[in-house]
Design a protein around this ligand. Structure first.
Ligand code: SF4
Ligand code: SF4
Ligand code: SF4
Ligand code: FES
Length: 378
């Protein structure tokens, strides 16, 4: 371990650790915009400047390796002035729309502008990026809020492996671009939304969140994604009974901050009016069991062609005990008449490992067959 001093505090760090990481690990906060703990260092924003004893000029701490005996200062009047200047430059090309911006309250540029008292630019305001791209159902790209921190580009390349976007152009023409500036759908984007998650401003925002509520107006609830056995932790931001967007947190044990497209954007079923909320039994069976007075004959066409509107005609809602009795009775009858191998169990990746374990136990020991498989193999 290396020992150094940051803001008068003696800290220890492993060789290769940056000063920024060492400071954060010891509860010393350094302003930063382009740094993200899961991504490579870009050193583009310069907000994380620190003073190092023996060096005449401040150095970006995200790219500075800890060295034994180093003495670092993260706050000083000179650093404050330099950071103010950097933020001033950012807002010279960024509309301060915070009063109407969906990101207000969770935007890093807003946070640091507030912290360093920058309410407007002292330069001539120049809005160089005006592109607004609403070309996919998942997220919006509003380039006027982009600060070119390149977090989205790095997450796409380094974590997702899609390399769908890049920073194209030079100077005021620089912008985050797909190949040939085409629509997202024509790029290699897999719509995982991890770029949206790491974007520090409103440049990338979920469509579902637009105009629906800001940071202090939404509530959050943590759950586990039900789509597959990986078990990613998801945090749903919701308001008035509606989910606004899904994200993850760095503390999530399996997935950290990252999600796939299903977890990130595939949650509309949760409050969909067609969602099944109670077991259903086919009406002919329900009639035979005396659960309804209305007789009904199974139609000849495939159930896959059953329009949603006729579900109510064809099925009868029952409670769980009744549904389980019907299933258990049907299974027992098949086993009695044709033997246990006439039954097959197909389990689901949407169940937990424990549930899948219990299911195979039930099939092998309860029913008495090894005819068991899992949808993840199909
Ligand atoms: S992106 Fe941030 S700084 Fe820009 S308008 Fe929105 S809240 Fe304000
Ligand atoms: S949604 Fe995923 S794949 Fe598409 S640009 Fe963003 S990070 Fe890359
Ligand atoms: S879109 Fe967001 S993450 Fe990407 S460069 Fe712009 S501000 Fe950074
Ligand atoms: S956070 Fe270090 S240069 Fe941006």
């Amino acid at each position: 371990m290396i020992e150094l001093t940051i803001d008068g505090k003696t800290v220890q760090a492993r060789p290769g650790t940056s000063v920024l990481e060492a400071a954060l690990a010891h509860g010393i906060d350094i302003p930063r915009l382009c740094y993200h703990p899961e991504l490579s260092v870009s050193g583009g924003c310069r907000l994380c400047l620190v003073e190092v004893e023996g060096r005449p000029d401040p150095v970006p701490s995200c790219g500075l390796e800890c060295a034994a005996g180093m003495v670092v200062r993260t706050r000083s009047p000179r650093l404050a002035e330099m950071r103010r200047e950097i933020i001033d430059l950012f807002v010279s090309d960024h509309p301060l729309d915070c009063v109407i911006c969906d990101k207000a309250g969770s935007c890093l540029l807003q946070k640091y502008a507030y912290e360093y008292g920058v309410s407007k630019t002292s330069y001539q305001f120049e809005l160089s990026r005006t592109l607004y791209q609403d070309d996919n159902p998942f997220f919006l790209r509003d380039h006027k809020y982009c600060i070119l921190c390149s977090r989205c580009v790095r997450v796409c390349e380094e974590i997702v492996g899609a390399s769908a976007i890049e920073i194209a152009g030079r100077g005021f023409n620089s912008h985050v671009a797909t190949p040939f500036d085409g629509p997202m759908i024509d790029s290699t984007c897999v719509f995982c939304g991890n770029c949206v998650q790491v974007c520090p401003t409103a440049a990338l925002m979920p469509v579902s969140r637009r105009g629906k509520g800001r940071e202090w107006e939404v509530e959050r609830v943590k759950t586990i994604c039900g789509y597959c056995g990986v078990g990613c932790e998801i945090e749903y931001a919701h308001r008035d009974g509606q989910i606004l967007y899904a994200q993850s947190t760095p503390q999530a044990p399996v997935n950290g901050e990252f999600l796939c497209t299903k977890g990130r954007f595939g949650w509309d079923f949760a409050t969909h009016p067609d969602r099944l909320t109670t077991p259903l039994i086919r009406r002919d069976l329900a009639y035979a069991l005396g659960l309804t007075d209305e007789p009904w004959r199974l139609p000849d066409e495939s159930p896959l062609e059953t329009p949603a509107s006729s579900i109510a005609e064809r099925f009868v809602a029952v409670d769980w005990d009744t549904a389980l009795d019907v299933v258990a009775g049907g299974l027992a009858q098949v086993v009695q008449q044709h033997g246990p191998d006439a039954v097959m169990g197909l389990s689901s990746a949407r169940c937990t490992n424990e549930e899948n374990y219990l299911f195979q136990k039930f099939m092998r020991v309860g029913v008495g067959t090894n005819n068991i498989d899992h949808c993840a193999r199909l």
